[in-house]
Design a protein around this ligand. Structure first.
Ligand code: ADP
Length: 498
């Protein structure tokens, strides 16, 4: 009996309609160069379809379309109507949930049970959350000391044309994270998808059209980083760029955006510590540690890739992890029983394979996995390295794959040492803490230099809760009311009533 999901007819139609075009000004257009590139199924390495490749001229066209919308129809849409449009989009996504889930699974490789249960519902919920904010962003009246004849108030105005560059690890969800707050606050958007996963956002663009957003409010470009991405970052009339991706590219973007002092928000890499104290509830901590690193094949910026386990329980904990993890079912994403899929691309496969070798070379012991699978597609099995030292490459560098480095620690009452080791990383995106002692949990949570701490849980997200980095994991907060800051600017108005 086949457990492979039946391909949704809408997905079939979408994939069979020839090279996918760019979404600019409410139209589907070919790129000016006419060039296309392939997007592949990571479980086989075969081409799914082709997409047109945007370059600088296409970014220029998208900016013009966006400006036209900003000065024209979008300016007349009231906050309440904006909220309704965003809510309508969420409703349409619900109607098309299976197609969206399948497209992300096909394009990225991730298991269909995850796209159905996490990526798509979280993306829908994200839009609903920001639909509510559309009517709740406002300025204030400020009492001033100049005199009672002076009336002062503020307005929160949209930034204008915003550029958004997203990665391939959660293609639809990252588009939602970027679009939700930007649209709720009245901006217009030029969004570039990752070259590995252009499909679900293009499908989403059809729903954006159907929801009734004015032409040009959202423009979606498929293309590569240095060309289309670079053009967004350097465009003089794009006033803000929001980026999610590697720290390396984040630095480049910040430098380039300085050319015209574009506002920048960056959500970058991580090497997140996940700390298991001996008093933890292991029935939760073991699956939690596994989820922390193997969710989405480990291709998660906040993956719990440095697992600190107290010396007293280290051996047993790792043995139990291995026996659980050994049962994780790996296979093509469309198989409904698959729990872990392939990596996204051959490039990512090579990168993770490099770290598997590096770990062994430097003396770490792979007690589970450790070798890429010899089969078509980009499969790397869940891998646990024991006998790891803090100075090893696999502890210092972000691998972005299903590879965890397990490090013992031996603090007794003093927990300063494990916190110091956790904080040595230049990254500071997230951390996990497993303990039944609430006092210890709070203390550790306060001392970790990271933007998110999960206590007795991991990889939990909600549209209302801010997410973003400390240190070289970036700055700016997405989600919650915090993201509204990224997409509004404050105007102070003085009225002399004297
Ligand atoms: P990864 O290495 O995991 O692919 P990247 O940071 O390279 O992560 O990519 C994340 C996103 O940034 C993608 O959309 C990619 O096309 C884009 N990107 C890559 N390089 C640049 C660049 N120089 N300028 C702008 N965007 C870029």
């Amino acid at each position: 009996e086949s457990t492979t999901a039946q391909l949704d007819p809408r997905v079939q139609a979408f994939l069979n309609s020839g090279p996918k075009r760019l979404f600019i000004g409410g139209q589907y257009v070919e790129s000016i160069s006419g060039r296309t590139f392939a997007t592949k199924d990571p479980s086989t390495g075969e081409v799914l379809t082709y997409v047109f490749e945007a370059d600088k001229e296409d970014v220029d066209r998208a900016v013009e379309a966006a400006e036209k919308a900003l000065q024209g129809p979008w300016a007349k849409v009231t906050p309440s109507e904006r909220g309704k449009l965003i809510w309508k989009l969420a409703d349409l996504m619900e109607e098309h949930a299976e197609a969206l889930a399948q497209l992300d699974t096909l394009d990225n490789g991730k298991p269909i049970r995850e796209t159905r249960n996490a990526d798509v519902p979280l993306a829908i919920d994200h839009f609903r959350y920001y639909a509510g904010w559309a009517t709740k962003v406002h300025g204030e009246v400020i009492d001033n000391s100049v005199g009672s004849h002076m009336f002062t108030y503020t307005r929160r105005e949209p930034v204008g044309v915003v550029g958004q560059i997203i990665p391939w690890n959660f293609p639809l969800l990252m588009a939602a994270w970027k679009l939700g707050a930007a649209l709720a606050t009245g901006n217009v958007v030029v969004l570039k998808t990752a070259e590995q996963t252009p499909l679900s956002a293009l499908y989403l663009s059809e729903l954006i059209q159907e929801a009734g957003f004015p032409d040009g409010v959202v423009n979606i470009l498929s293309g590569f980083g240095p060309t289309a991405g670079g053009a967004i970052v350097q465009h003089p009339r794009i006033r803000k760029v929001a980026f999610t991706g590697s720290t390396e590219v984040g630095k480049l973007i910040m430098q380039q955006a300085a050319g015209n002092l574009k506002r920048v928000s960056l959500e970058l890499g991580g090497k997140s510590p996940n700390i298991v104290f001996p008093d933890a509830d292991f029935s939760k901590a073991i699956p939690g540690a596994l989820l922390g690193i193997f969710f989405n094949q480990g291709q998660v910026c906040c993956a719990g890739s440095r697992l600190f386990v107290h010396k007293k329980v280290y051996d047993n904990f790792l043995a139990d992890m291995c026996s659980y993890a050994g049962k994780i079912k790996q296979g093509p994403g469309l198989d409904e029983t698959t729990e872990i899929g392939p990596l996204v691309s051959d490039e990512q496969f090579d990168r993770v394979s490099y770290y598997l070798n590096k770990g062994r070379e430097e003396g770490a012991n792979p007690i589970l996995g450790g070798q890429p699978l010899d089969r078509p597609g980009y499969f790397v099995p869940p891998t646990i390295f024991a006998d790891v030292r803090d100075d090893m490459t696999i502890v210092k560098e972000e691998i972005f794959g299903p590879v965890v480095a397990a490090l013992p620690f031996d603090d007794e009452e003093q927990i300063a040492d494990v916190i110091r080791r956790a904080n040595t990383s230049e990254y500071g995106l997230a951390a996990g803490v497993w303990t039944t002692d609430a006092r210890k949990a709070h203390r550790v949570a306060h001392e970790l230099e990271v933007g998110t701490v999960w206590v007795n849980c991991y990889n939990v997200f909600d549209a209302a809760v801010p997410f973003g980095g400390y240190k070289q994991s970036g700055f700016g907060r997405e989600m919650g009311n915090y993201a509204l800051e990224l997409y509004t600017q404050v105007k102070a108005i003085w009225m002399n009533l004297g």
